[in-house]
Design a protein around this ligand. Structure first.
Ligand SMILES: Nc1ncnc2c1ncn2[C@@H]1O[C@H](COP(=O)(O)OP(=O)(O)OP(=O)(O)O)[C@@H](O)[C@H]1O
Ligand SMILES: [Mg+2]
Length: 241
């Protein structure tokens, strides 16, 4: 057995709730939801960590404006705090270089990141997932046993087609699904809510397309004030007691 398995359970043992933000589809706003969710929890005084598991295209550091920080080595590594969020990403190690990994490397990197990171005690660990049902998704289900999934889609039939596959797979594996967020809504439509009901997942609500969002990227203080954040907070209140 890989000795890291036991270490991982220990590293995650003081975390109350692990939320993996995922989607069957790319570009639907997973990273924005994950980063602002973490910001919002930190803003409420919660202890929160954010793990960017999008190894090929990490982007949470861009959204939060993480620059010139590096984890501290201390029997593993301690993630630096950005806007009150303990933040961990492959980007500390790859920098601006493209990260080209084969499947087996992906699993190894995930195991390594999980085994070395000292989160300490957290109320929430948010995981920013890459799109689809690849190694990362399967590894999170396998190695992070108490992770719950928050699923993001856009109002498009194309996105929902891919998202419903992920939802069905999670249901088949009995992985807890917190609910479905409809992001970048342009006009009200019952389509995604109806699809969620058909599949039997909780429709949490919608976030509208926010024209001001782009100018707030890279600036945590501005992100907190966006419409995107306001609407996410309303949905989030349904997630936590
Ligand atoms: N509600 C919104 N209003 C306006 N722009 C948005 C909204 N949600 C996300 N975006 C923008 O859409 C783009 C994709 O968002 P993001 O990177 O979070 O998606 P993703 O699902 O994480 O993508 P990937 O699959 O590549 O990881 C970004 O430019 C982001 O700023
Ligand atoms: Mg992303």
């Amino acid at each position: 057995m890989d000795p890291r398995f036991g270490v991982i359970d220990k590293r995650l043992s003081n975390i109350e709730k692990i939320i993996s933000v995922a989607s069957g589809k790319g570009g639907v706003g997973k990273s924005l939801v994950a980063s602002t969710l973490a910001l919002s929890f930190a803003d409420q005084g919660k202890h929160v960590g954010l793990l960017d598991l999008d190894l090929y295209g990490p982007s949470s550091h861009i959204i939060l404006g993480v620059r010139d920080v590096f984890p501290e080595e201390e029997k593993g590594i301690i993630p630096p705090e950005i806007h009150g969020i303990r933040f961990m990403s492959i980007v500390y190690f790859t920098g601006d270089k493209p990260s080209a990994f084969r499947g087996i490397d992906v699993t190894n990197i995930i195991l390594e990141l999980l085994a070395i990171t000292q989160w300490g005690s957290l109320d929430y660990l948010i995981i920013d997932m890459p799109p689809g049902i690849g190694d990362e998704t399967l590894d999170v289900i396998r190695y992070i046993k108490n992770s719950e999934f928050l699923i993001v889609t856009t109002p498009s039939k194309v996105a929902m087609g891919a998202v419903s596959k992920l939802l069905h797979m999670l249901q088949e594996l009995y992985v807890p699904i917190l609910g479905l967020v409809e992001n970048m809504q342009m006009a009200p439509s019952p389509y995604i809510k109806n699809e969620a009901e058909k599949i039997g997942v909780n429709y949490l609500g919608s976030i509208q397309f926010d024209q001001q969002l782009e100018s707030a990227i890279g600036n945590g203080t501005l992100l907190i004030k966006t419409q995107f954040m306001k609407q996410l907070r309303i949905l989030m209140d349904k997630l936590v007691d």
